[in-house]
Write a protein that binds this ligand. Structure first.
Ligand code: CP
Ligand code: NVA
Length: 304
């Protein structure tokens, strides 16, 4: 793995090793041990969109591992405006050992990676959110005896960046993925083909009836209906997604052992009710915490 632009950059074996290492690093951290595995290393972070979890978890991870990070936001000028993306990438590569980018267009991350001489990590684009899914897979491995293989994750909501990465992550690790989304918000044919190519043994199931889909769920996952960059569509989306809210009534249709996940930030009262998010079946804050442990393993793999 040279870069981590999407789940397609890691084999199932590499993904399994990353998650095992993440679990070890988490156990170390919980014992109070923070070995300086990345002493002297620097992580560059370029974010065109806001972030709490991704930014803070990467910065904390670098601090725990004895390294440092440099954060550049849109206030430093959108990427590619003051100078070309290529010149930016070639320059920054002299100062840092790895770069995380969060951009509006996935093509910006790809262009950056083509010109950078250091590893590049996708910290979210409109296409996918692979770092999120590393933490999610770690969370699922921890929560279910026997791990993720054979489990069913039902994603209720928009077939967006998080959903695409989750589908690939589940497919690679032998879990079933079901997308329950209104028409017009499901995976397109291009993604379905990519999924089939990357996970030839897995089935990509799409189902427009949420109660039917969640009846099979070990994990019920949701995300915002309007992602960053789609704000002009939010009113229309609120109307179309209303029947897809994760609320107590929908959760009652799921098996009693099913757990609820959300990548956060959540819009309480829209895609998920506060009652479900704060309820006993929600594991959303453990999930958020695991972002840091999973990313430590990724940083170690790319930088150490
Ligand atoms: N889940 C996630 O990526 O959160 P942030 O947008 O706060 O980084
Ligand atoms: N789908 C959301 C995820 C935020 C972490 C977005 O792209 O805004």
């Amino acid at each position: 793995m040279k870069h981590f632009l999407g789940l397609t950059d890691v084999s199932a074996e590499e993904l399994t090793h990353l998650l095992e290492d993440a679990a070890r690093l988490k156990a170390d951290a919980q014992r109070g041990s923070r070995p300086p595995l990345l002493a002297g290393r620097v992580l560059g972070m370029i974010f065109e969109k806001p972030s709490l979890r991704t930014r803070a978890s990467f910065e904390a991870a670098m601090a725990h591992l004895g390294g440092a990070s440099i954060f550049l936001s849109a206030s430093d000028g959108p990427i590619g405006q003051r100078e070309s993306v290529a010149d930016f990438a070639r320059t920054l590569s002299h100062y840092v050992d790895t770069v995380v980018l969060r951009t509006f267009k996935h093509s910006t991350i790809e262009e950056f990676a083509r010109h950078a001489s250091v590893p590049v990590i996708n910290g979210l684009s409109e296409l996918c959110h692979p770092c999120q899914v590393l933490g999610d897979l770690l969370t699922i491995q921890e929560h279910f005896e026997g791990g993720i293989r054979g489990k069913t994750l039902v994603f209720v909501g928009d077939g967006n960046n998080v959903a695409r990465s989750l589908a690939l992550g589940c497919g690679k690790l032998g879990a079933r993925f079901i997308l329950s989304a209104p028409e017009g918000y499901r995976f397109d044919a291009g993604f379905a083909q990519r999924f089939q190519r990357v996970c030839p043994k897995a089935e990509l199931i799409q189902d427009g009836i949420p109660s039917q889909a969640v009846s099979q769920a070990d994990i019920l996952y949701t995300d915002v209906w309007t992602s960053m960059g789609q704000e002009s569509e939010s009113e229309q989306r609120r109307a179309q997604f209303a029947p897809f809210q994760v609320n107590a009534q929908l959760l009652a249709q799921a098996p009693s052992h099913a757990r609820v996940m959300h990548c956060l930030p959540a819009h309480r009262g829209e895609e998920i009710t506060g009652e479900v998010m704060d309820g006993p079946r929600s594991i959303v804050f453990e999930q958020a915490g695991n972002r840091m442990h999973a990313q430590k393993a990724l940083l170690k793999r790319l930088m150490a």
